[in-house]
Design a protein around this ligand. Structure first.
Ligand SMILES: C[C@@](CO)(OP(=O)(O)O)[C@H](O)COP(=O)(O)OP(=O)(O)OC[C@H]1O[C@@H](n2ccc(N)nc2=O)[C@H](O)[C@@H]1O
Ligand SMILES: Nc1ncnc2c1ncn2[C@@H]1O[C@H](COP(=O)(O)OP(=O)(O)O)[C@@H](O)[C@H]1O
Length: 291
C-alpha cells in the first residue's frame, strides 16, 4: 500500500467537567465526547526518499514540525526507524482553534494511516498510547464515537451511542487558546459542575431532550465572558429550534442539537443573517468507531 486517504472527523463535547489541576498544569477532566460528520481530508503517500513533506490548503497553518500531523508522522518514523518518507496532504475543513479537535484528529489520522501503510502492526491501544504524547484529545480521535473521557482526556470508556440528530456548528470569528482557558479556570472557583452522570443516563435512554437538559461545560464560564458572541449564538440557536445549544471544548465554537434538519437549516440562515459569523455548518452525529 503506497497511499491512503482518510477522513479526520471533528468532535463536540456534550459534557465537560474539570475535577482538579495536576502539578504539570494539566487538568483532570470528565468529558462526554461525540464525533460529528465534519472532517478534514488527510492523504498520505509513501516516498522513497526519507523525510516528511506536508502541504495544506490553509496558508496560515505551519507545515513543519509544529504541525501536529507532522509531529505524529515524526514520532512513528523515529520509533520504528522507517527509512522511507511520507507526504501528507491536509485538506482542512474543520475550523482551526475552535474546540473541535481538528489538529488532534489530523494527528490521529496520520497515526492510524501510517500504521497501515507501513505495516507497523500496532493495536488501537498502542496508537492511543502514542497519541496522548501529541495531545490530550488525540486518543479519543483515534477511537471516535460516543465516549466518556477521563484522566487528562486519555482514559476512554465507550458509552451508549448518541441518538441520531442534526448538529449545527457555528464558529465565531474569535480565537481561543485552550491553554489560556484552562489557566484562567484555575483562578476561578467552579460554581456549578455539570451532572455528567445524568447526561450519561440520557444517552442510555436515547432521549435527546434528557441529553440536552444535562449538557454542561465548565469552560463556558471562562470563555463566554471573553467572547459574549458565544452566548448570543447559543441564544439564536435556542430561539430557532435547537433542543440544546452549548460551547464545545475550550471554545469558541457553539453547537446546537436539532431533531429536524430543516429547522437546523433555518437556524443556519438566521445566524448568517445576524452577522455573528459566516462559519455555520449543518452536520450530524457520526457513531462509527475505528476498530
Ligand atoms: C478542551 C478540550 C476538550 O475536549 O478540547 P479543545 O477545546 O482543545 O478542542 C481538551 O481538554 C483539550 O485537549 P487538547 O487540545 O488535545 O489539549 P493539549 O494540546 O494536550 O493541551 C493544550 C493545553 O491545554 C491544557 N490542558 C489540556 C488538557 C487537559 N486535560 N488539561 C489541560 O490543562 C494545558 O494547558 C495544555 O498546555
Ligand atoms: N494540523 C493542524 N490543524 C489545525 N491546527 C493545527 C494543526 N497543527 C498545529 N495546529 C495549531 O494548533 C492550534 C489548535 O488547533 P486545533 O486543533 O484546530 O484547535 P482545538 O484544539 O481548539 O480544536 C492552532 O492554533 C494551530 O496553529
Amino acid at each position: 500500500m503506497n497511499q491512503i486517504e482518510l477522513k479526520a472527523l471533528a468532535k463536540i463535547n456534550l459534557g465537560l467537567d474539570v475535577l482538579g489541576r495536576r502539578e504539570n498544569g494539566y487538568h483532570d477532566v470528565r468529558m462526554v465526547m461525540q464525533t460529528i460528520y465534519l472532517y478534514d481530508e488527510v492523504k498520505l503517500t509513501k516516498k522513497k526518499e526519507p523525510g516528511i513533506e506536508l502541504t495544506t490548503n490553509l496558508g496560515f497553518l505551519p507545515t513543519g514540525d509544529t504541525n501536529i500531523a507532522y509531529k505524529a508522522a515524526k514520532l512513528l518514523i523515529e520509533e520504528f526507524g522507517i527509512s522511507e518518507g511520507v507526504k501528507i496532504v491536509l485538506n482542512k475543513h474543520i475550523p482551526v482553534a475552535a474546540g473541535l479537535a481538528g489538529g488532534s484528529s489530523d494527528a490521529a489520522a496520520v497515526l492510524f494511516g501510517m500504521n497501515r501503510m507501513f505495516g507497523l502492526h500496532l493495536q488501537q491501544k498502542d496508537l492511543m498510547e502514542r497519541g496522548v504524547k501529541l495531545g490530550a484529545d488525540v486518543p479519543y480521535c483515534i477511537m471516535r464515537g460516543t465516549v466518556l473521557a477521563e484522566g487528562i482526556g486519555e482514559k476512554l470508556s465507550v458509552l451508549p451511542a448518541m441518538p441520531k440528530c442534526t448538529v449545527l456548528i457555528a464558529k465565531p470569528p474569535v480565537s481561543v487558546s485552550t491553554k489560556v482557558v484552562y489557566e484562567a479556570l484555575d483562578s476561578e472557583e467552579i460554581i456549578e459542575h455539570p451532572d455528567i452522570d445524568a447526561l450519561i443516563e440520557g444517552l442510555r435512554q436515547k432521549d435527546l431532550h434528557r441529553i440536552s437538559e444535562n449538557m454542561g461545560n465548565v469552560l463556558e464560564d471562562v470563555t463566554i465572558p471573553m467572547h459574549p458572541v458565544i452566548e448570543e449564538l447559543k441564544q439564536v440557536m435556542r430561539e430557532n429550534g435547537a433542543i440544546g445549544a452549548m460551547m464545545s471544548g475550550s471554545g469558541p465554537t457553539v453547537f446546537g442539537l436539532f431533531e429536524n434538519r430543516a429547522a437546523a437549516r433555518e437556524a443556519q440562515r438566521k445566524i448568517r443573517e445576524s452577522g455573528l459569523t459566516k462559519q455555520v455548518y449543518v452536520t450530524n452525529v457520526h457513531n462509527v468507531r475505528r476498530k
